[in-house]
Design a protein around this ligand. Structure first.
Ligand code: AMP
Length: 194
């Protein structure tokens, strides 16, 4: 039976996870699941969980694990969704979320690869200020990068320890970075083609 690629993209905000995650999902013909985008969409139409999440997002804080995990668990409650593969963008962001992701995927659907899309902090800040999203104020950007170091960066070691991690340099033109991603993914031989 065919199945889709199961990928996670880690990286600072401003690393290009959204753009490259979208392109990867098109390439591998999987869904692109961005928890940040889900919250923005649900807040925009007034869904209570989305409005609650927005309070945290606007301050640059992480949305509490329970809220985020519920959203992902619900999306993946249908095994067909998982079978067809996914690019997870912006999840997991904490050790607790990584643990819950293992539980949600179970032994049937282990991750193929975790990509660490890496850019220097100065460049991430510059890109975030440039894109002008509502939650991209100087204070919230600083706080998010701080939380990335504290909460999310440790996941790099966790996944490296499992032999799942691939680091890709996120500096450069969008096309160039995308090619680098595909080459790095191909080189592992771990990810099924679309
Ligand atoms: P993003 O679209 O990935 O830049 O996320 C925007 C904001 O949504 C983040 O700054 C967090 O406040 C929140 N968020 C998105 N994903 C998560 C997550 N996995 N855990 C906690 N907060 C999240």
């Amino acid at each position: 039976m065919t199945r889709g690629a199961r990928l996670v993209i880690l990286g600072k905000q401003g690393a290009g996870k959204g753009t490259q995650g979208e392109r990867l999902s098109r390439h591998f013909k999987t869904q692109h699941l961005s928890t940040g985008q889900l919250f923005r969409d649900s807040a925009a139409v007034g869904v209570p969980a989305g409005l609650k999440a927005k309070e945290f997002m606007d301050r640059g804080e992480l949305v509490p694990d329970e809220i985020v995990v519920d959203v992902v668990a619900e999306r993946f409650s249908n095994p067909a969704e998982v079978q067809d593969g996914f690019v997870l963008d912006g999840f997991p962001r904490t050790a607790k979320q990584a643990e819950e992701l293992d539980r949600i995927l179970g032994e049937r659907f282990p991750l193929d690869l975790v990509i660490d899309l890496d850019v220097p902090t100065d460049m991430a800040i510059e890109r975030l200020l440039g894109r002008g999203r509502e939650d991209d104020t100087r204070d919230s950007i600083r706080r998010r990068l701080e939380l990335y170091d504290q909460e999310t960066k440790p996941l790099i070691d966790l996944y490296r320890g499992r032999g799942l991690l691939v680091r890709v340099d996120g500096v450069g033109e969008e096309d160039e970075v995308f090619k680098r991603l595909l080459d790095a993914i191909d080189a592992t031989g771990e990810v099924p083609e679309a």
